[in-house]
Design a protein around this ligand. Structure first.
Ligand SMILES: Nc1nc2c(ncn2[C@@H]2O[C@H](COP(=O)(O)OP(=O)(O)OP(=O)(O)O)[C@@H](O)[C@H]2O)c(=O)[nH]1
Ligand SMILES: [Zn+2]
Ligand SMILES: [Zn+2]
Length: 226
């Protein structure tokens, strides 16, 4: 404890409160997971920094993937812009606005599921709030976590945000069509991702050109039938 101002006391209170918040979230996430499992719904939590291409990937997937019905929950601080883009691609969608919040939690997801009622045996995407930090801490009840990075962000991101990459079942490296124009070390990125999460699969992708998209659909098909 800090003898001068008692700040360490405040710090330990904060940590206990954080642990309680996360424990409550984990309980609600388990309830979501059970609800989804009884309906055979594969929920995929898609996380990235702002602008890596999450909505672009989901919109293209909604137009092209036909191995299972799709639905989506969109998380953003404000606006219904992403939901509108997905609706235009024919995907049933619910938008959640978090206001000042910077991640989705299991309670918000439960509300989203009630509003959306995704079909049995569907793939349900959750586009988390663009943020490489706290979405990694909050279990939503998902079957798998996908972290999307892009070549305009720098190859060091797995080193700087290891918790996010450690949580990933699949890492997608998007915007590879831009590689001729940016200074991005692909091998260095893969090494960094492997340091955070040994053995994690890293798949290169361009949502714009479609390079690597078939491998993404293959992975998704495995999730749908897991
Ligand atoms: N060159 C290129 N641009 C892409 C690619 N994928 C997405 N973009 C562009 O990247 C920008 C951001 O894409 P979004 O899909 O809105 O990104 P997001 O991750 O959903 O963004 P937030 O929801 O704000 O976090 C858009 O201008 C897209 O057109 C790609 O593969 N190549
Ligand atoms: Zn988006
Ligand atoms: Zn947050």
């Amino acid at each position: 404890m800090c003898g001068t101002c008692g700040c360490a006391d405040e710090e330990s209170k904060t940590i206990v409160l954080e642990q309680q918040v996360l424990a409550k979230n984990d309980g609600l996430a388990d309830a979501n997971r059970n609800w989804l499992q009884t309906r055979g719904i594969a929920m995929i939590n898609l996380m990235s920094s702002p602008g890596s291409g999450k909505t672009s990937l989901l919109a293209r997937t909604a137009r092209e993937f036909d191995a299972a019905p799709l639905a989506a929950v969109e998380g953003d601080q404000e606006t219904g812009l992403d939901a509108a883009r997905l609706r235009d691609s024919g995907c049933p969608v619910v938008q959640i606005n978090t206001g000042t919040g910077c991640h989705l939690d299991a309670t918000m997801l439960a509300d989203g599921l009630r509003a959306l009622r995704p079909p049995h045996h569907s793939v349900l995407f959750v586009e988390n709030v663009g943020n490489l930090v706290c979405p990694a801490l909050f279990d939503l009840g998902e079957q798998a976590r996908v972290v999307l990075a892009s070549v305009t962000e720098g190859a060091d991101k797995p080193l700087k945000y290891p918790h996010m990459f450690r949580a990933a079942d699949l890492v997608l490296l998007n915007k590879i069509d831009l590689l001729p124009h940016v200074d991005f070390d692909v091998a260095g990125f893969i090494d960094a991702a492997s340091m955070a999460n040994p053995g994690v699969r890293v798949q290169r992708l361009s949502v714009t050109t479609g390079e690597g998209i078939t491998e993404w659909y293959d992975w998704l098909g495995e999730q749908a039938h897991a």
